[in-house]
Design a protein around this ligand. Structure first.
Ligand SMILES: [Zn+2]
Length: 155
């Protein structure tokens, strides 16, 4: 069956975005991404495998659009192992969920950890391991995992 993880973005910082990741009612960890920017609903480029040239996109400084994306493991040349990847994200190619500390460590990817300081994550390694284990366990049961990305900002 289809299973949803939910990421609710709650805070827009200067150059970064903080959110929280849930599996059902269980809060898994916090998330840090690049800035959320206004993008067109569809992209003429990335479905054809070309880099996005849309207005509004700032390369490596833009978070993925709100939406629901398949989340599964894909071999990453950069990390040299299978990583959690978000599939078919408009305007983006090769979006992963991985560890990191600040928005400098992300080019649109979703960083996981604990948001213990302003604009920073700690404990990324442990959080990523727990998230990967959660998805792996669901996939082992034959489930398909999706990530809901929700802009839950208060005004
Ligand atoms: Zn685009």
């Amino acid at each position: 069956m289809e299973r949803n993880l939910v990421m609710i973005r709650t805070f827009r910082g200067s150059g970064y975005t903080i959110g929280h990741l849930y599996c059902g009612s269980q809060r898994l960890c916090d998330t840090l991404e690049d800035e959320v920017r206004e993008l067109p609903p569809t992209c003429p480029d990335t479905p054809q495998g070309r880099a996005c040239g849309c207005a509004g996109k700032v390369y490596a400084q833009t978070a993925v659009p709100a939406g629901r994306y398949r989340l599964t493991f894909r071999q990453s040349p950069k990390f040299g192992r299978k990583m959690l990847a978000l599939l078919d994200v408009p305007h983006f190619i090769g979006i992963l969920m991985h560890g990191g500390r600040t928005a400098k460590d992300s080019a649109g990817c979703v960083l996981v950890g604990i948001n213990s300081r302003k604009g920073e994550l700690t404990g990324s390694k442990e959080c990523l391991a727990a998230l990967e284990a959660t998805v792996k366990a669901l996939e082992r049961r034959g489930d398909e995992v999706y990530l809901y990305v929700i802009n839950g900002f208060m005004a």
